[in-house]
Design a binder for this molecule. Structure first.
Ligand SMILES: Nc1ncnc2c1ncn2[C@@H]1O[C@H](COP(=O)(O)OP(=O)(O)O)[C@@H](O)[C@H]1O
Ligand SMILES: [Mg+2]
Length: 237
């Protein structure tokens, strides 16, 4: 297994609340690992600890075998980690093109080359017609696509997606699923958080179920679906 991301005994608390309680996981290059769990299970906290937005209280994070624990987000991003947020964080008063240029401004490439890449990316995301519009004019689902496009601009090898399908129209979901499949086929490691089991079962051969900051089950889609601990966590029975 060509391990792209690894966490070892990762722990994070907020005051007395234990949000992550010793999480060990590995994601291989070309794999889409699904993370499921009810609201408050610790999914976003896990992602925040991996990308450097939160400093874990204990445990370690490795990116392509190198320890990045506690490094700030821009350092982790430079190691090839890209992420999207549960509520998309686009630059609302900037055009779509300019949104895409932000993460690549420090690259040694001409403006024309970067703009060409941004346009190709917007084409791929079916947003090209809107390239000169402000991001705030997009629907919620389109903003998620724009954020995904911006995240892909520096060509990250590791992709963290936090609830990409939440509140998104089913047709757009289908389009996003195809884009995520492309990312994995291109050899990227994808960590996909969703509380929507159907979409995660489509994309992830292997799924980890989190509950109260711990991994309660891990395995193939069928095994997870029928796992008594997962059913109990979701249905409270
Ligand atoms: N910045 C924060 N400050 C205080 N508590 C937080 C913070 N972030 C997350 N939490 C708490 O940690 C727990 C896990 O949250 P989160 O990781 O967002 O869960 P999920 O993404 O699975 O819904 C929740 O109880 C949440 O309220
Ligand atoms: Mg969350």
């Amino acid at each position: 297994m060509n391990v792209a991301i690894e966490t070892r005994a990762l722990a994070k608390r907020f005051g007395g609340l234990v949000a992550l309680d010793g999480v060990d996981l590995k994601v291989a290059a070309g794999e889409t690992l699904g993370i499921i769990g009810v609201n408050g299970a610790g999914k976003t906290t896990l992602m925040n600890c991996i990308c450097g937005l939160y400093r874990p209280d204990a445990g370690d994070v490795f990116v392509a075998g190198e320890q990045v624990t506690g490094q700030p987000p821009h350092v982790v991003a430079h190691r090839g980690v890209g992420r999207t947020f549960q509520v998309p964080r686009v630059f609302r008063k900037m055009s779509l093109i300019d949104n895409l240029l932000v993460p690549v401004l420090d690259r040694r490439a001409s403006d024309a080359e970067l703009i060409g890449r941004a346009e190709a990316m917007l084409e791929r995301m079916r947003l090209i017609e809107l390239r000169h519009n402000h991001a705030e004019e997009l629907s919620g689902g389109q903003q998620k696509l724009l954020e995904m496009a911006r995240m892909l601009m520096p060509d990250p090898s590791i992709i963290l997606l936090d609830e990409p399908f939440a509140g998104v129209h089913p047709l757009l979901c289908k389009f996003m699923i195809d884009r995520i499949e492309e990312m994995a086929r291109a050899g990227k490691a994808v960590l996909l958080i969703s509380h929507d089991l159907t979409s995660i079962y489509r994309l992830s051969a292997r799924v980890v179920a989190l509950n109260q900051g711990r991994i309660i089950a891990e395995g193939g889609v069928d095994a997870i679906r029928d796992n008594p601990a997962v059913i109990e966590a979701y249905l409270g029975m």
